[in-house]
Design a binder for this molecule. Structure first.
Ligand SMILES: [Zn+2]
Length: 155
């Protein structure tokens, strides 16, 4: 089994795409006031919480819709089970070095959200994945190859 998928546009780094917001929480259990589980009278405090920024949310929405369309065309009816070997070739317009692991994580999240893979912990192997920097803006994309991971001793 080998599946090839493409996401057009510049892949954002998930880590860079996160922003800190402050939300209300119970000072004892740190849950939001309406989900407080400690049932003790306690103060409401502000706690930091990480959420994706607007650019990331816009990208993931488009990526999931592209991947869902391709998943149907490829005949992937149920999310792929592991162990998987996922190779991502990430073509970026910018020359700024985004962390390879963070870029791959972004792609893995999109694959999971689009129902291509069942869970990203099933990805056993990412050998061969690369970032290619400085491509033309209209050529920025991510190309993904998904294979079944085979342990070297089984080959
Ligand atoms: Zn509480």
């Amino acid at each position: 089994m080998t599946y090839r998928l493409t996401i057009t546009g510049q892949t954002p780094s998930k880590k860079r795409g996160m922003q800190i917001v402050y939300r209300n929480a119970c000072s004892a259990c740190r849950k939001s006031p309406n989900k407080c589980i400690c049932h003790r009278p306690s103060a409401i405090i502000k706690v930091p919480s990480m959420i994706p920024n607007k650019d990331y949310l816009k990208w993931i929405k488009g990526a999931v819709s592209q991947l869902t369309r391709q998943r149907i065309l490829l005949g992937i009816e149920a999310p792929l089970a592991g162990p998987l070997h996922v190779i991502t070739m990430i073509y970026r317009h910018t020359l700024r070095r985004a962390d390879k692991g963070n870029l791959e994580q972004t792609i893995h999240d999109a694959l999971q959200e689009a129902g291509v893979i069942n869970d990203d912990f099933l990805i056993e192997n990412t050998d061969g994945s690369r970032r290619i920097l400085g491509v033309k803006k209209e050529e920025a994309r991510a190309e993904i190859i998904i294979k079944r991971h085979i342990e070297p001793l089984e080959i």
